[in-house]
Design a protein around this ligand. Structure first.
Ligand code: GRF
Length: 194
């Protein structure tokens, strides 16, 4: 399966997926491109170091639909079959979602539907939650919405700050995202032979 990953920043989840594909933990897959909407995203260099092609598609004042159209075209040019959002900080337009039906997934640092949107870890602490975690889900036109694929729980300690909680959730994100992608690739392979 050809995978395209969209990032806007650090790219640690992207690295987890790329490394799992390279090590064979995710078999029968290839990360064909990493696309960023920010030219200075730190993840771009990490992708290049791993030999993955990178493309920058900045918004440059265009409408969301026009910006997305260029990203869709970059993905389609490379026959991408699965799109992984990994810290991609933009809501996708309906045309993007429709171009890859059930083929776009995202990772979010909470147990959705709890705490959607920005600063989910901070939201969990502010709400006094004892339990939070991370969610891999299909992407639809709404923010942090769409069918849940996998979740992983993380306990919140009394003395947690956003930073300490984020770090513990991030560790879980890396393993749960790899597991979700591996499952999807296996399912796709099984369906080809059924
Ligand atoms: C992660 O916490 C992810 O859940 C959220 O944005 C952050 C991205 O981190 N959507 P990274 O760029 O993958 O390191």
């Amino acid at each position: 399966m050809k995978i395209g990953i969209l990032i806007s920043g650090r790219g640690s989840n992207m690295v987890a997926i790329v490394d799992a594909v390279k090590s064979g933990e995710i078999a029968d897959a290839e990360v064909t491109v990493v696309i960023s909407d920010k030219a200075d995203a730190a993840g771009l260099e990490k992708a290049r170091e791993r030999g993955v092609e990178t493309v920058v598609v900045e918004r440059n004042g265009r409408s969301r639909v026009d910006h997305d159209a260029e990203i869709i075209s970059e993905l389609q040019k490379r026959s991408v079959e699965l799109v992984c959002l990994a810290g991609y900080m933009r809501l996708l337009s309906p045309s993007f979602v429709q171009a890859f039906p059930n083929r776009i997934i995202n990772i979010h640092p909470s147990l959705l539907p709890a705490f959607p949107g920005l600063d989910a870890q901070h939201q969990a602490i502010e709400a006094g939650a004892k339990l939070t975690g991370c969610t891999v889900h299909y992407v639809d036109e709404l923010l942090d919405h769409g069918e849940v694929i996998l979740q992983r729980e993380v306990m919140v300690s009394e003395d947690d700050t956003s930073e300490t909680l984020s770090a513990r959730i991030l560790e879980q994100e890396h393993t749960v995202y790899v597991e979700a992608v591996r499952d999807l690739v296996c399912k796709q392979k099984a369906s080809m032979f059924s």
